[in-house]
Write a protein of this length. Structure first.
Ligand code: GAR
Length: 197
């Protein structure tokens, strides 16, 4: 086991969870470093933010590299080149093929804005409002073959208020995501440290 872990972060959009992870690593709250930020979309805003942190960025454009398993094999090749110990999906809006899931089994985490197994997939916050649940939240889990499924590492609950809109609920859940994901990644590396021989 290395002194400090190596984390690859996968994004498709603005990358606010990526930023929360990077800040926690840089502040020493996680015994690991962000070694690459990768996106399937060249225009993902988070790529620019990662570059501002001085983190190497990579793009594997899913519109150019097809089909899905070929795209995922290319992503795996990049992550192996950077020798990542852990992959963090942070708003990476792609279904994963077995090559990704098998390569990083028990070494890939995802964050999702619901209390899984409720409301997997897109627009989780809207699903929660439409269903009428009184408690929403977010989940960090290990990734398995299914979308937004796999062993749960941590969850945080967020009350749904009477006047909540999708935007207001999403904002309060996101605040909790930014606390929960760094805690989960810190736990992952603490676990490796205490079980390493
Ligand atoms: C976050 O709310 C994350 O939980 C969600 O996408 C958003 C990305 O925001 N992920 C999923 O819905 C996964 N199924 P960010 O780019 O600002 O981190």
């Amino acid at each position: 086991m290395r002194e400090r872990g190596r984390v690859g972060i996968l994004i498709s959009g603005r990358g606010s969870n990526m930023v929360s992870l990077v800040e926690a690593m840089r502040a020493g709250r996680i015994a690991a470093d962000p070694v690459v930020v990768l996106s399937n979309l060249p225009a993902a805003e988070g790529l620019r933010r990662a570059a501002e942190f001085g983190i190497p960025t990579e793009v594997v454009d899913h519109k150019e590299v097809k089909p899905r398993r070929t795209h995922d094999a290319a992503v795996v090749a990049v992550l192996k080149r950077y020798e990542v110990d852990l992959v963090c999906l942070a708003g990476y809006m792609r279904l994963l093929s077995p090559v990704m899931v098998d390569t990083f089994r028990a070494r890939m985490l995802n964050i999702h804005p619901s209390l899984l197994p409720a409301f997997p997939g897109l627009d989780a916050q809207r699903q929660a409002l439409e269903y009428g649940v009184k408690v929403a939240g977010c989940t960090v889990h290990f990734v398995d073959e299914k979308c937004d499924r796999g062993p749960i590492l941590l969850q945080a609950a967020v009350p749904v208020l009477g006047d909540d809109t999708e935007a207001s609920l999403s904002r309060r859940i996101l605040e909790q995501e930014h606390v929960l994901y760094p805690q989960a990644v810190a736990l992952f590396f603490e676990g490796l440290r205490t079980t390493a021989v």
